[in-house]
Design a protein around this ligand. Structure first.
Ligand code: 5GP
Ligand code: ZN
Length: 113
């Protein structure tokens, strides 16, 4: 079965891309949950955070650095923002290609819903 985020990585499906390098891509979420809602996605297909292997550790670190770049670009680094990676059904994961949600531009609540 195809993967939606692999399709975006391969430019088979359009997205509003904000950042791209050899290892990852960041684009606007189609259904934003806050004024800023960007997804940071590794180009390598990894289904869930449970599937992250030791060889992926530097790649995962890069996702956080890209999230920082996005937060600074969007002007919310100092105000604050939230990074989320859902894993499996009860978390609400719907796309089984890992991605870091960068959420910001409004006051976040805790605990999350
Ligand atoms: P998850 O629920 O797996 O943590 O997050 C998946 C995210 O992908 C959701 O926030 C959803 O709005 C977003 N999404 C689903 N389909 C598309 C799409 O075709 N394009 C973009 N840009 N985002 C999508
Ligand atoms: Zn994929």
């Amino acid at each position: 079965m195809g993967c939606l985020f692999c399709d975006i990585v391969e430019k088979k499906k359009p997205a509003k891309i904000l950042y791209e390098d050899n290892d990852a891509i960041a684009f606007e979420d189609i259904n934003p949950q806050s004024p800023i809602h960007v997804l940071v996605v590794p180009k390598k297909h990894i289904s869930t955070s449970l599937d992250i292997k030791e060889e992926d550790y530097s790649l995962i670190g890069k996702l956080f650095n890209i999230a920082n770049i996005i937060a600074k670009q969007k002007g919310v680094a100092e105000r604050g923002f939230r990074l989320v990676m859902n894993c499996n059904r009860e978390s609400g994961q719907t796309v089984f290609h890992i991605h870091l949600h960068v959420l910001g531009g409004r006051l976040m609540h805790w605990p999350p819903g």
